[in-house]
Design a protein around this ligand. Structure first.
Ligand code: G3P
Length: 218
């Protein structure tokens, strides 16, 4: 499974990139706004930090402007994946950009029917938002299971399922059980992935016993 981080904060991206576990980055207009920085500059900087795909989202809602914005974003660096919303204009933009060799992430996917359309538009990634479905009382992971199953029925579909709007490590575990290709993970959930109280307790006990033994390895 590939791990992307869902942030536009370059310090957080640097820190996670140093772990060697980071395969890419996703940003969105809300995450960019949170940084207070210039969008194009931030995307450039992120693309210098990571080699993997960096999702940068268009801001227009009409096809013509979206396409122009997408071309501009794709020109920033080779590893930019242009992010478009799951609307008719977004899907048309996706088809055009993919034909030109640009990676495209179709975002704001909330149904299997929408995911089928994203695949038909040739999307590199489709981003179903699991946490936001959970927030309204639906089971976000059911959507992932349905999309993975549908995509697996067709060898021609190359679109990867990018699980987005992740709220906890269990979303990632379940995404793995279902066979989703990518998870985009908020930095705080990235940190939660490694922690377990029994690991801390077990390590403290081993260290205490080692100390008592008076031995040294080096
Ligand atoms: O970047 C898209 C998605 O991951 C946003 O998540 O937490 O705003 O629902 P969230």
């Amino acid at each position: 499974m590939k791990f992307f981080v869902d942030t536009a904060d370059t310090e957080e991206i640097r820190e996670l990139s140093d772990t060697g576990f980071l395969d890419g980055v996703t940003t969105n207009p809300s995450l960019v706004a949170k940084t207070g920085r210039d969008f194009i500059e931030v995307v450039k900087e992120i693309c210098d930090i990571v080699d993997g795909p960096v999702s940068a989202e268009v801001a227009a809602t009409d096809f013509e402007t979206m396409l122009e914005e997408g071309k501009k974003l794709a020109g920033i660096a080779e590893n930019v994946a242009v992010k478009v919303p799951l609307t008719m204009a977004g899907l048309k933009t996706c088809s055009q950009l993919v034909k030109q060799g640009t990676q495209v992430n179709v975002t704001l996917c909330f149904s299997p029917a929408q995911a089928i359309l994203a695949a038909k538009a040739g999307a590199t990634y489709v981003s179903p938002f699991v946490g936001r479905l959970d927030d309204i009382g639906q089971d976000g992971m059911n959507l992932i299971g349905d999309i993975v199953q549908i995509y697996n029925n067709y060898t021609a579909i190359q679109t990867e399922v990018l699980v987005a709007s992740i709220r906890s490590p269990m979303h990632i575990v379940n995404a793995g059980l279902m066979g989703a290709e990518v998870c985009t993970i908020p930095p705080q959930v990235f940190k939660q992935l490694i922690s377990h109280p029994l690991t801390d307790k077990g390590l403290a006990a081993f260290m205490a016993d080692w100390e008592k033994s008076g031995q040294k390895i080096l």
